[in-house]
Each structure stands twice: as structure tokens, then as C-alpha cells.
Design a protein around this ligand. Structure first.
Ligand code: SF4
Length: 73
């Protein structure tokens, strides 16, 4: 459940970064359920009142890994 604290996107569970420690200048998608339809790209130093602190377990829920390159014969 949202705690509605204000915090930086880089520390928010909805900041779609694969980094363990996103920087303030990193740009990533905001995946907050009510904002996701807007396809927002936000910087790590941005923030809003839908902030929820991210846990280590949230990191693996980020963007899907890239598909492996096809093999060339
Ligand atoms: S815009 Fe708000 S909800 Fe989205 S990543 Fe930043 S702090 Fe989190």
C-alpha cells in the first residue's frame, strides 16, 4: 500500500531501472500503476507523492532483459 511519502524516483520501487543504485541523472520509465498509462520517463532526481521506497526484491521486476542476439551461421 502506498505510503505517499515524497522521495526521489531513483529510490522508488516504480522507477524502472535495472541498476542496483540508480543515479540522479538516470532516465527510466515510471511504472506506478496510476501513472503507467502516461508512459512517463523520469530522471532519478525527480519525485512525486506516489513514491514508495524500493526494496532489493523490486530490482528484478524491472524491464525485461534484452533478447539474445540471433546466431549467425
Ligand atoms: S514519478 Fe513518482 S511513482 Fe514514478 S518513479 Fe518517480 S517517485 Fe516513483
Amino acid at each position: 500500500m502506498a505510503n505517499h511519502d515524497i522521495g526521489h524516483c531513483k529510490d522508488c520501487r516504480y522507477f524502472n531501472s535495472k541498476s542496483m543504485h540508480p543515479s540522479g541523472s538516470e532516465i527510466a520509465q515510471c511504472r506506478q500503476p496510476e501513472l503507467q498509462d502516461f508512459d512517463l520517463l523520469v530522471a532519478g532526481d525527480c519525485g512525486c507523492n506516489a513514491f514508495e521506497a524500493r526494496a532489493e526484491s523490486d530490482i528484478s521486476r524491472g524491464m525485461p532483459m534484452e533478447e539474445p542476439s540471433p546466431m549467425v551461421h
